[in-house]
Design a protein around this ligand. Sequence first.
Ligand code: HEC
Length: 514
Amino acid sequence: MRIPTNLVFVIISILIVLAACNSGKKNVQTILREDNLKIYSAEIDNSRDTVLQAPGGSLLTVPAGSFDGGNGTKIRLLIKEALTIPDIIMAGLTTESNGKQLSSGGMIDIEAADGQNLHIIKPIRISVPGSFIDSKMMVFKGVKGDDGQINWTNPVPMASTSQMATLHQGEQLFKQKCASCHGIQSPVTGPSLAFISRLRPENWLFNYTRNNAAIMKSGDPYANCLFEQYNKTPMPAFPELSVSDLNRLYAYIDNESKKSGLPIPDDHIKKCVDSCLAYQTLKDSLTTVRNRLIDANGSGISYSKKLPGGYVSADTTGPSKRSPQVYPAVYYQFQVTSFGWYNIDRFLQEMDGVKNSRMVVRVEGQYRGQVSVFLIVPQAKVFEQGGPLENKVDEWGFFGEQGELPLLQSVTASLIVVGEQQGQLVFDLTSFTTRVDQTLTLQPIPVAKEAMNERISRLRLDSFNMDMKESKNAKAIKSIDDKLESTKPKTCDCHCGFRRPPVESDSLALAGDK
Ligand code: HEC
């Protein structure tokens, strides 16, 4: 929207300070006590219409023959502007009209220079740079009393301007179509619209007003987020509004906002969406790099290559065995050294005390994701990595799909769960006596590497070790993660429930960070 700049000048209560009006022909002289105000000097030709602009932005339209007196047609004027409250105070000007306080929209002093003997015989139109238009404002004349005080007299309603007409039409539109749901100062069903035309690009604002549903459907993250924030209350479409209607409507809203002295709103939702989008863009670009670094790290678990006397393998080859899930190493890599240990197949060999059993391992707690589970049966030197049970969540087994396995009975065994989450080692260990049917629960929690090693060493496993070292690219990944963390929006929730557009590119949709 925005009124074109050349129209920004609006007439508001202009206090024209003229001393001459009550005492016949007198100098147009200053009354401002006002060394503080800048003086602007201008020469005009009294035989022609002149438009002058003072440095503060006031616009003076001086019709030909406005001044009486002077030598010839050339007239020099000294102009002072007091357009802001500080200016007015600095200049020591009162704003009283016959004892009543006035709220001033600005004051202008016009004075004849060089002792010319002038007086104004035609109205000079003065516009001051408008902060806002208030149709109730009047133009006053300042008359200096005997005590030297100015009294502002002869209030005249300001002449109606085209801008006032625009605002009036805007007001009608607003009241007819918007006011049932929108306030300017405070929200109703929809958000308050104070200064909205300064907060949104014009074409967005116009398109949104005409058909907000189409904007949402295009995947516009902000529009969709706003919709969520307003409990998915639909706003009607107004396709009938022309560009000039919209200009008027938003000119009215803007002017009302200024008139009410409202602050520019915080615009939290918009800022939130923007920061989420910026974060998402950064994340998208860094994630590719991060993934490449993680890929180059290899698997989160590595096994000793030399396996004399038996074998332990991450890829369990038997058809019915649960294959372990392979997680990439992000910051850390677990290293398993197990010389002379066997995998679970050892139990299939004729061994005394082995029975077909059922053992289910449940992994619980907030750190249960992305972990590896191991079974250790020291007496048989068996070490095996488990895999998720079929159709089960967070349940692990070592052989059959439902947890059945050949197991040496009534011996001490241990279960270990390890993993890495957000750069932290998570770990749990439990020891138990083997039975035919058992369900065991593990709850990994963040621990220090030393604590993990200590607990494993207490098992006194011969030539078995599980250690953790930094992954190859840990430092580079860490610096990416730090960067992302510091960019992550802190005070807003990126989950606005944006509906992804059906076909449009994904880049518009804002996926929240889990
Ligand atoms: C029936 C109620 C209703 C009416 C009538 C209505 N709106 Fe809305 N408007 C809303 C709601 C609710 C929202 C918040 C988004 C949503 O839930 O769809 C909104 C949002 C907006 C926004 C976005 C504000 C922001 O902070 O970004 C603008 C601009 C807007 N409306 C302008 C208008 C204008 C102009 C009119 C009149 C021509 C109008 N609305 C009429 C309910 C309404």
